[in-house]
Ligand binder design. Structure first.
Ligand code: 26V
Length: 821
């Protein structure tokens, strides 16, 4: 973390090439202590970022003055993950400083692109949930809205992935080791986080509870990343907290003479923000993760209240001026923390504290998978946060009285709805806490929101129907078109002007060019440029050769059984066997591209990666295939890689089992960039179908209702598909006949067994035949170039709905009550 120098700099805000040049020189020479002539790309990247940062800081002050003058209501987005990726390119673009930077860098003999590529990704998230948070921050700032991110300043982001003999290997991503020029330390806003201790039941405070005593303190130090909106007018911030040990605490022990213990305590405290937890196939119940969540909540609530009190006399009007959005249940301790602070520290009565808490908080659900729903053991909460547990008991007691009034004498309902689950180990259901403590509960796509209401928590929906709503996800067109796809951006700008960047519905105007031969040619050329660019990157980074003339058929996302990368590779095996065993000559040359990380403890997901790599090894070297079918697993998927892969895709694979993918946002990015989707009726695919029309998307497979019916009736028997379909039998047998497991006999048996004897929980075999069939149709249509390009153009033109600007406007209107200022 580099601290900005307090000595005067030549000019604060670079507006001419001369200014920028002087600043760059200053940061290289006097801050980094490097002769500019000897600076590496990394050094230049840092210096340039620091120079640009001055601009952001100036604009941030102006923005804050504007919000204060307007006495704006503010929204705080609490999230354990912000997957922001690289910032130099997007910040330069938002400020309109790209040309200037290019000009100045000539002197250093490097291009702006070289320098942008030297920036490490900030990988402070696992996947969709964290990337959504980053897109939302971009939209909030671009819409001039007072919305701010609160998260954790992990020292290690999501692990780096290497592929070793086809197996995933993980290594740490120590991104903060390198200088982090975008982080601005705000030590003046440091806060104390209490942990452990106990309740003294022998005493009573004014609020009727015994005091929480003997707690230990961890210190939260905030670091701000400026978030600039498109055009540069608004600069909000993302505030990330690092944990430090408390000085008082250390001094006490030091004075006691126990030096080693003091150092141990310090190490323990700092451990809290060391590492991002990879989302696993199931919850671990890990104490450190609970402490991380509380650490974020405690720091954020403290900061929010302090900010409020800087502008207001009391907390009485907190809810008029504050919205707190809980990104999934991870920050849902906010409900208990806000109650605690309002009552224990500010003396509010339960009723007023509760009204304020509910009016401030709102909760977004991002998953229906039972294993991903957070539950914390009561014993653990009792140990770490005794006061919060006591408050949760009281919240539950009062809530169950409401349930009793609504459904008198219905003990079953009480059990279903209770915040506590009485299993072998008593647990708190964090989703229930979030729902009870919020005025709004939303899902992230129309289908998902409906399933939240009908399947996940139907009794809560019956009790509080007005609380539930949908906010279909979106993505920022600034990063996902303008920045990642310059070729297409130029074509759009030349054809319909530039207004679409802040109003994506304008892309509709492209529809009239769908049949225009010149436009089609230019559109197809942009796609080819992107494919060549990707081929070059992949060749340089991992030595894999891609043929840009082939169809790029792409599935990139976290590796998970429900996302069904396995279905995809089974289909690839089928196409391979058709060539080598049935003598079929493929009509379309195809490259099947995969990328994504598996959680380190998720054995099946890691085996699927190995299978993909093993199939690649065989298919890519089989002379009979003659290069007509290729498989490529691109290692270390991350935001900056997505920016290169997505614009290069012809076909986007969105093939989760219906009813399992809450929304998906990759699906939106692909379609905007002119890829056609092959997908199930799941998540936001349903709405993409509505927008682009059934002729411009390839839908296959079981519907949510069909899957549900089959589950209820226990009528899905995967073995029957194996026995009745020769094609399926042949594919599955190839997993165990050592065709793909050279040198490691039997390694894929667990996949074979899971599919046939393990019940195939995600219904791979039920959808395999229709998936194979639709790929046949896709191949035929891909050969008709004009037809394909027309469909691709219509995809792009009709994706206006999926801008995160639209999503944020809906949240602002329906949930937060915030306005542009
Ligand atoms: C679970 C866990 C469990 C272990 C500890 C770390 C951790 C972190 C996250 C999660 C659950 C993540 C849920 C999630 O990422 N949902 C995704 O949200 C996207 C944005 O709404 C949505 O597009 C995806 O469909 C959905 O899977």
């Amino acid at each position: 973390m580099s601290k900005p120098l307090s000595a005067p700099v030549p000019v604060s805000t670079p507006v001419t090439a001369k200014d920028l040049d002087a600043l760059l020189h200053f940061y290289l020479n006097y801050v980094a202590g490097i002769r500019p002539a000897q600076a590496s790309k990394h050094d230049i990247c840092n210096a340039l970022s620091l120079a640009i940062r001055n601009h952001l800081i100036d604009n941030q002050f102006v923005t804050e003055d504007r919000y204060q003058k307007a006495d704006s209501k503010r929204m705080y987005y609490l999230s354990m993950e912000f997957l922001i990726g690289r910032l130099l390119a997007s910040n330069l673009h938002s400020l309109g400083l790209e040309k200037l930077a290019q000009e100045v860098l000539q002197k250093y003999g490097v291009t702006l692109q070289d320098i942008e590529e030297a920036e490490p990704d900030a990988a402070l998230g696992n996947g969709g949930l964290g990337r959504l948070a980053a897109c939302f921050l971009d939209s909030l700032a671009s819409l001039d809205m007072p919305g701010f991110g609160y998260g954790i300043n992990y020292e290690y982001g999501l692990f780096k992935q290497h592929i070793d003999h086809g197996y995933q290997r993980e290594s740490p991503d120590h991104w903060l080791h390198e200088d982090a020029p975008w982080l601005i330390e705000r030590s003046e806003a440091t806060c104390n986080v209490p942990l452990y201790g106990h309740i003294d039941h022998n005493r009573k405070c004014n609020n009727g509870f015994g005091p929480w005593v003997d707690w230990q303190t961890i210190v939260g130090v905030p670091f701000d990343i400026p978030v600039v909106g498109y055009g540069g007018r608004t600069v909000n911030y993302l505030r990330l907290y690092s944990a430090r040990s408390s000085n008082e605490f250390d001094i006490q022990i030091f004075n006691g003479g126990d030096y080693i213990k003091a150092v141990e305590e310090k190490i323990y405290s700092e451990k809290i923000t060391k590492v991002l937890y990879p989302s696993d196939s199931c919850w671990g119940g890990k104490e450190l993760r609970l402490i991380q969540e509380y650490f974020l909540v405690s720091c954020a609530i403290r900061d929010i209240l302090n900010r409020h009190l800087e502008q207001n006399n009391s907390l009485d009007n907190l809810a008029d001026k504050t919205a707190i959005q809980l990104n999934d249940t991870h920050p849902s301790l906010s409900v208990a923390e806000l109650m605690r602070v309002l009552m224990d520290e500010y003396g509010y009565e339960w009723k007023d504290a509760w009204e304020t808490t509910q009016a401030c908080c709102a909760y977004t659900n991002h998953t229906l998978l039972p294993e991903a729903l957070e539950k914390w053991p009561v014993a653990l909460l009792q140990h770490v946060l005794p006061r919060h547990l006591e408050l949760i008991y009281e919240i539950n007691r009062r809530f169950l009285m409401e349930v009793e009034a609504f459904w008198p004498g219905d003990e079953n309902r009480q059990q279903i709805l209770s915040l506590f689950e009485e299993s072998h180990e008593k647990q708190v259901r964090m989703a229930h806490l979030a729902i009870v403590g919020s005025h709004s509960v939303n899902g992230v796509a129309a289908l998902h929101s409906k399933l939240v209401q009908t399947r996940l928590v139907p009794d809560f929906f019956a009790l509080y129907p007005e609380r539930f709503n949908n906010k279909t996800n979106g993505v920022t067109p600034r990063r996902w078109i303008v920045q990642s796809n310059p070729s297409l951006t130029h074509l759009f700008n030349d054809t319909i002007g530039t207004d679409w960047v802040l109003d994506l519905s304008q892309l509709k105007k492209l529809e009239q060019y769908a049949d225009d031969a010149a436009f089609q040619r230019a559109f197809a050329q942009a796609k080819l440029d992107n494919k060549e660019r990707l081929a070059q990157v992949v060749r340089e980074q991992s030595g894999i050769m891609l043929n840009p003339a082939s169809m790029f058929d792409v599935q990139v996302k976290r590796i998970h059984e429900y996302k069904r990368q396995l279905l995809n590779i089974l289909r690839v095996i089928h196409e391979y066997l058709r060539i080598v065993e049935d003598g079929k000559t493929p009509e379309v040359a195809k490259t099947c591209i995969f990328a994504g990380k598996a959680a380190p403890g998720y054995v099946m997901a890691k085996l699927i990666i190995k299978l993909i790599n093993s199939v690649a090894e065989v298919v890519n070297h089989d002379p009979v295939v003659g290069g007509m079918l290729k498989v490529a697993f691109i290692p270390d998927y991350k935001v900056s890689l997505a920016e290169k892969i997505i614009p290069a895709a012809n076909l986007s694979e969105q093939i989760s089992t219906a009813g399992t993918e809450a929304s998906g946002t990759g699906n939106m990015k692909f379609s905007m960039n002119g890829a056609l989707t092959v997908g199930t009726l799941d998540g936001a695919n349903v709405e993409i179908l509505e927008e682009v029309g059934k002729d411009n998307i390839y839908i296959f497979g079981l519907s949510t209702e069909e899957v549900e019916q089959m589950r209820l009736q226990n009528s899905y028997i995967s073995k029957e598909y194996y026995q009745s379909s020769p094609a399926i039998k042949r594919i599955l047998d190839s997993l165990v006949d050592n065709r793909f497991c050279r040198g490691e006999p039997g390694i894929f048996n667990p996949i074979f067994d899971m599919l046939l004897d393990g019940g195939d929980y995600f219904y791979h075999l039920a959808d395999l035949e229709s998936y194979i069939a639709i790929h046949q149709q896709i191949d035929e249509e891909f050969m008709q170039e004009d037809l394909w390009t027309r469909k691709a153009i219509l995809n792009t033109a009709r994706m206006g709905k999926f801008s995160s600007d639209r999503t944020i406007l809906e949240y602002a209107r329906d949930i937060w009550g915030i306005q542009s200022a």
